[in-house]
Design a protein around this ligand. Structure first.
Ligand code: AGP
Length: 610
């Protein structure tokens, strides 16, 4: 996600901003920029790495002791110079940087355009600075203008704001996206994250949601939304830089597992506005007319992404009664698949650069199929070559093993499945409202599963010496078992096999012996009884069974050796909850075995070769 650094003091701001942004590079970014005040605000920003920005800065001497800097992880609008932050108002008297997602940016943009504001970029952030400008023109007071703007904004934000006419201050504001204030001597800082300012100070204020700070050289004033001053405790940072980049987590993977409630919220809520009873899939047209021309859907991806394709297949076929083929991209194009203009292809890719998936996309397009991509990296090759893109808003996923991106991909599948169902009148307005309500509850339900982390760690240590592990399930549970087994393979290096529960007795059960470990997924209630029968079959042959079940299940603990319960939800959405224990189980076994969790052997984050 984006990185923010701000400085106000008596040193040259540019080197402090650049060095601070470099310490935030781990957050992933595709462009960068700075604004520095020296009689007026001067801004330099560019697509690409910070080295590109430094080259540009070498050609213009940006002097000044107050400034803001930004590294952008694109969510709205391709990576480009014009979409980079900081964004300015039309008279270049206000400069703003932002981390987060403004969910109602289109409504605000239309309102501002109607009031004569012109926009240069495709970003939601430019709406924020223009909104501040709109209110500043009325009040001639930056703090008031920022307050009025954030009262209108829905979504998540961490803002840093600089103003020509009030150059003695920076204003910082946050809601859902992290922002801290660094306390210096004769100087002060703002930043998205501790590493950016750790070289200058270990004393910080942690801004909470809906707090606003006025930061000058000598003072820091923090207020609530009613401008009541808040007396905050100083937080003293004891971490080293490396730990700080993981925000205190031991590994990026664990940090990203814990980011999932926010990722799910960020991916779902902008597409599920509460003021209209429909799904807004960005610019994707999936109308009844389009769907009536479709007689087959392919969902094609690799690895973890391909397992969300299995979930999508199950949901779309069950809801829309359209045939869906879910396939791995490395096989797909060699099967001479039957593709034409009546085919809809959905490709799924976190990186948006996976060679096999890109090849499948190109084959489909060549045959006249319509291709929708579900991608995490804005502006990636797959997102650009597909006809449509539904971005997962997971932010950069640093750990090689995918966790939050998988959950965000599932959210995208839920949205697409429901949209198709609604357009084909298989889901009524009332049913949609119920589904939307349940989707809004998913983040807090994921939080509840994450609260069991310590218990799951104990189970990981209990089963850490397992040699062959089976993950079994039926229906949606079978699709989720694929992801559970892959996690254990790729980070714990244990042989783990996903299997359709009903298929075990057709051979693989011969592998079951005393102390074999079997993870039984039972959240898909329509086939629960049958899965439990299969669990009993392996239990009777000496296996240890770790079951994942829905809360309220009172019998499974009499059958399994151990049970992890997940909150109840609509049957369509059990996958996202059921997978969290699998992520944590694999993570803690990998840590217990002393493996490199974030960079497992032999693996790459983006497989750009066939
Ligand atoms: C996920 O844990 C793996 N690292 C891998 O299976 C990954 O999902 C696969 O390579 C696809 O990558 P993509 O989503 O970037 O296309």
């Amino acid at each position: 996600m984006c990185g923010i650094v701000g400085y106000i003091g008596n040193q040259e701001a540019a080197p402090i901003l650049i060095k601070g942004l470099k310490s935030l590079e781990y957050r992933g970014y595709d462009s960068a920029g700075v604004s520095i005040y020296n009689d007026k605000i001067n801004s330099v920003k560019t697509k690409g790495r910070l080295s590109n920005l430094e080259k540009k800065l070498d050609t213009v001497s940006l002097n000044g002791c107050i400034g803001i800097g930004h590294t952008r992880w694109a969510t709205h609008g391709e990576p480009s110079d014009v979409n980079s932050h900081p964004h300015m108002n039309s008279t270049s008297t206000i400069s703003l940087v932002h981390n987060g997602i403004i969910e109602n940016y289109m409504v605000l943009k239309e309102e501002l355009e109607a009031n004569g504001h012109n926009f240069l970029s495709e970003t939601d952030t430019e709406v924020a600075v223009q909104l501040v400008d709109y209110y500043y023109k009325q009040s001639n007071n930056l703090l008031d203008a920022v307050y009025k703007a954030i009262e209108r904004i829905e979504g998540s934000y961490a803002f840093g704001v600089l103003c020509n006419d009030e150059p003695d201050k920076l204003i910082a504001a946050r809601k859902d996206s992290p922002l801290i204030i660094g306390i210096g001597e004769g100087e002060n800082f703002i930043a998205s994250d501790i590493p950016a300012i750790l070289e200058h100070t270990r004393d910080i204020y942690l801004l909470e949601d809906k707090e606003v700070a006025v930061v000058t050289t000598e003072d820091i004033t923090i207020m609530d939304m009613n401008k009541n001053i808040i007396n905050k405790e100083v937080f003293n940072v004891t971490w080293d830089i490396c730990a700080a980049q993981k925000e205190g987590y031991d590994h990026y993977m664990l940090k990203e597992i814990y980011e999932q409630p926010k990722v799910i919220k960020d991916t779902l809520t902008p597409r599920l506005p509460l003021d209209v009873n429909n799904i807004t899939l960005d610019n994707i047209t999936l109308t009844k007319e389009v769907l009536r021309n479709i007689n087959k859907i392919y969902i094609v991806a690799c690895g973890t992404a391909s397992y969300t394709g299995l979930v999508g297949k199950f949901l779309i076929e069950k809801i829309a009664r359209i045939p869906v083929v879910a396939d791995v991209a490395s096989e797909f194009r060699y099967k001479e698949p039957i593709l034409d203009e009546k085919t809809l292809m959905i490709v799924v890719s976190q990186s948006g650069e996976t060679a096999d998936t890109l090849a499948a996309l190109r084959l489909a397009k060549k045959a006249g199929a319509h291709v929708i991509s579900i991608v995490n990296v804005v502006g990636s090759t797959i997102s650009r070559e597909a006809d449509d893109v539904l971005y997962t808003l997971a932010g950069p996923e640093i750990a090689v093993a995918s966790t939050k991106a998988y959950s965000a991909q599932l959210c995208a599948m839920y949205l697409l499945s429901i949209k198709i169902g609604m357009e084909l009148e298989k889901i009524s307005q009332e049913e949609f409202i119920e589904l939307r309500k349940e989707l809004y509850l998913l983040p807090e339900k994921v939080e509840k599963v994450l609260e069991q982390s310590d218990a799951i760690k104990k189970l990981a240590n209990k089963y850490i010496n397992s040699k062959n592990v089976f993950y079994i399930g039926r229906g949606l549970d079978f699709a989720v078992s694929m992801e559970g087994a892959l996690k254990l393979k790729e980070i714990a290096y244990l042989h783990a096999e996903p299997y359709a529960a009903g298929e075990l007795k057709h051979g693989p059960i011969a592998l079951i012996e005393d102390n074999s470990l079997l993870v039984g997924l039972t959240a898909y209630e329509q086939l629960y009884e049958k899965t439990v029968s299969n669990i009993k079959e392996v239990k009777a042959r000496g296996a240890n069974v770790l079951a994942i079940a829905l809360e309220g299940n009172t019998e499974i603990d009499k059958i399994a050796n151990d049970v992890i319960y997940v909150p109840r939800t609509h049957w369509m959405f059990t996958s996202i909850l059921e997978n969290i224990p699998q992520q944590l189980f694999a993570y803690y076994i990998s840590v217990g075995l002393g493996h490199d969790v974030d960079k497992p052997r032999n693996l790459a984050k983006s497989v750009t070769v066939e």
